[in-house]
Design a protein around this ligand. Structure first.
Ligand code: ZN
Ligand code: ZN
Length: 413
């Protein structure tokens, strides 16, 4: 027995303009734009939404786009696509590889923009099959954690109405054609922290006249590993990576300062809140132990909240994907350590469902070293890497995931 949402989605997407959608995707991929500079991308998405009959607004929160289609009484459903690229030099060798040096759609946000462009057309053309309000959002600056909050602060909800539900999705490694869903915690919280260690520089031959910030930074990096291993209960999942350590200019000079940047990721809000305090305490302790002339500077930077799906919403979307693509394509991978600003608190207490679409080309997956799924998963090109190259054949099914998922939240006859 097929549900009304699945039946309608299959009808509305039976004739998708696949070649047009793939062209649109290739064009976006060729022209990546960094966070808050997504002018061209935003213009392209707005153009597609207008062509489909949506009323649009551009420049929201900087470079955001919103398009609304009001289609009678029914729920207000917000579909969110992030639009920004990354400062990565592309190494895919694709014929449509980035034409902008050092910038690449390495996280698949070009796919995310293509899907609502296609879904808007299909849902607008089939508007007699559903009731409600569809709000398509092209969000800037996901990678820097700013975009969602900026759009809401710029009056997204005042202008277009508060949604009843939010839907989002992300391209992910894994053999193309799978639809991972989690009916609860799906993404982790993340916080960037920068530390400046102040020593006292001098000649490398006379350590007695200096306070060496390099040695202090080395102890600091080692001691920071104990936050996860010694301060959290065994059942808590967390990761603390020191991604940057910098100091000095020559082997025989003891520098004045050392810089340490780290990124703790956690799966609960209380643990997230404890992390910066622990980092601060350890930084101060190590600098005190070393006799640093000044206390360290500890700055908390970009922060992403945890992403916890509304179970009922996610289960409904997962069920329709099972109907449309086959029950064996939908599975629960458990929570990931990656992070998102999709659930930004500024968006308010609105239920949401966020999910993944796997995009690794079949032959790449087959040829990847390893016998088990986890081994292959670690071996294939991943988001943020210079060789991340989603399979073009996932463009059209991605549109179908969005149409079917959205229809579960609208009123369908
Ligand atoms: Zn992303
Ligand atoms: Zn990313």
């Amino acid at each position: 027995m097929t549900s009304p949402a699945a039946r309608t989605a299959l009808e509305l997407t039976a004739d998708l303009p696949v070649a047009d959608l793939e062209d649109f995707y290739r064009d976006l991929h060729r022209h990546p734009e960094l966070s808050l500079r997504e002018h061209r991308t935003a213009g392209k998405l707005a153009g597609q939404l207008r062509q489909a009959g949506f009323e649009t607004a551009e420049g929201m929160g900087g470079t955001g786009v919103a398009g609304v289609l009001r289609n009678g009484d029914g729920p207000v459903v917000l579909v969110r696509a992030d639009m920004d690229a990354l400062p990565v030099a592309e190494a895919t060798g694709l014929p449509y590889a980035s034409g902008t040096a050092g910038v690449m759609h390495a996280c698949g946000h070009d796919l995310h923009v293509t899907r609502p462009a296609g879904a808007a057309r299909a849902l607008a053309a089939g508007r007699d099959t559903w009731r409600g309000t569809l709000l398509m959002v092209g969000q800037p600056a996901e990678e820097t954690g700013q975009g969602a909050a900026r759009m809401v602060a710029d009056g997204l909800y005042e202008r277009f109405g508060r949604p009843d539900v939010l839907l989002g999705q992300h391209a992910a490694p894994g053999p193309a054609g799978l639809y991972p869903h989690v009916p609860g915690l799906i993404m982790s919280a993340s916080t960037d922290v920068d530390i400046v260690v102040h020593g006292r520089g001098g000649h490398g031959s006379r350590p007695e006249a200096t306070v060496d910030p390099v040695v202090t930074a080395a102890y600091l990096v080692t001691r920071l590993q104990t936050v996860v291993s010694r301060e959290l209960a065994a059942g808590e999942a967390a990761v603390l990576t020191v991604g940057r350590i910098e100091a000095g200019s020559r082997p025989d000079i003891i520098s004045d300062e050392a810089y340490v940047s780290l990124n703790p990721r956690t799966r609960s809000e209380p643990v997230r809140q404890r992390m910066p305090a622990a980092v601060r305490r350890i930084a101060h302790g190590e600098c005190l132990a070393a006799g640093c002339p000044r206390e360290p500077e500890v700055t908390v930077g970009t922060t992403f909240p945890v992403t916890v799906n509304d179970a009922a919403t996610d289960t409904a979307v997962a069920a329709v994907h099972g109907e449309v693509f086959g029950a064996d394509t939908v599975f629960d991978p458990g929570p990931a350590m990656g992070s998102e600003d999709f659930s930004e608190p500024a968006l308010g207490p609105v239920p949401y469902a966020y999910r993944f679409v796997t995009t690794t080309p079949a032959e790449v997956w087959e040829q990847a070293p390893g016998d088990t799924v986890p081994e292959k998963f670690s071996a294939v090109p991943s988001n943020h890497g210079p060789r991340f190259a989603p399979d073009l054949s996932t463009v059209a099914p991605g549109v179908r995931t969005l149409v079917s998922g959205t229809l579960t939240q609208l009123s369908v006859a």
